[in-house]
Design a binder for this molecule. Sequence first.
Ligand code: NDP
Length: 445
Amino acid sequence: MPDKVQTFMDYVKAKDPGQPEFHQAVFEVVNSIMPVVEKNPKYQRAKILERIVEPERVLMFRVPWVNDKGEVQVNRGFRIEMNSAIGPYKGGLRFHPSVNLSILKFLAFEQVFKNSLTTLPMGGGKGGSDFDPKGKSDNEVMHFCQSFMNELFRHIGANTDVPAGDIGVGGREIGFLFGQYKKLRNEFTGVLTGKAPKWGGSLIRPEATGYGAVYFADEMMKTRKQSLNGKTATVSGSGNVAQYTVEKCLDLGCKVVTLSDSAGTIYDPKGIDREKLAFVMELKNVKRGRIKEYADKYGCQFLAGKRPWAVKCDVAFPSATQNEVDVNDAKELVKNGCICVSEGANMPSTPEAIEVYLNAKIMYGLGKAANAGGVSVSGLEMSQNSLHLSWTREEVDKRLQGIMKAIHEQCVEHGKEGSFINYVKGANIAGFIKVADSMLDQGVV
Ligand code: NDP
């Protein structure tokens, strides 16, 4: 590790010990941008690095609610308002038992650079709770969401901070959260994205992250005069991002052979076709069942407790959670002939796994570039809300494709190393410069 990076990381760790995910996300960015900071004394004088790792505001609050048995439950709610240099805070809410300050700070930090890459005016934020929606009734989820919003409503707004979904927060949760916000504020505004189209949502928002990750993979493939058509892909997860990654792969003629959840992986060598995908969507979004039921129904293998990375593929789409691809998984992927990794999830690859991809010179699209389609269409949802109109599917999809192309171009511009494109460097530098220059323009605030 270069000295300057080490010194800075020591500073971050001393200030916030016990936040390993946040340290990991900061390291990845700082390692890429240190040469830019060293060349630009204006960033050093204004202490941009020290300021950019410090959230503008951290909110932590009690979320009490009553379950179906009449018992009082207490969860913890969070909102990290990380950086508003280029627009209102924007980023999802995660409901998962693992949620803590470190995880949400890493996600909020990533979001700042991702949102900068989208070309849209959005700052970075993230929030959530250690609430686990799994196994809860709709009624319990509603009571939790209402209690969560009873505190959050005073901190957010269409021009201040606009949350969306993430793990454990989909259309159902956004509906309950929006209903409570409206009741408390007595106003109908674009305060959340991921709303249903009949009450202010954008078409293509549910699809956007998965579609975007596939569009980004397609752009990467084009740089090597290849395409996804005829390729085999592995996808992890089976939630929102994974489902629409499979759908767009099917559109582009790419066969997907795996999906997973926290209990294991299904391996279907014949490929997940549209009928099987419809089964998965019903299973996960309506019945809220487990992916193993796919193996039971279609008679394919279920790899209990395993992730998909030992399955041979040309392209991998990690779409479940952080640190789900470790160094051994990455080696296995490369050994089995994988030429492209496009991350639907946030920070799914460990730093050691990233080293393996970069050393093998495979195409590696990191999350903050490859999965920016979701927040991009959230940005488009905000635009439509401000204009009080709705665009067609075709219009939104065309804009999404344009944005993914623009993100790819920025990565190429800042990440070219001879004939190789280092997307890590490209995305981090491009995302950083816009935010850092905006912070300079706005003074020491
Ligand atoms: P969902 O809740 O819809 O699905 C999450 C999936 O990942 C589930 O299959 C879940 O399995 C699995 N998963 C979650 N945590 C773990 C874990 N610790 N170990 C193994 N599997 C796990 O979430 P999304 O699809 O929305 O999000 C997936 C990823 O994409 C996250 O990293 C998120 O931050 C990222 N992302 C999402 C965006 C969006 O628009 N939704 C935008 C950009 C990034 P199980 O049900 O067993 O928990």
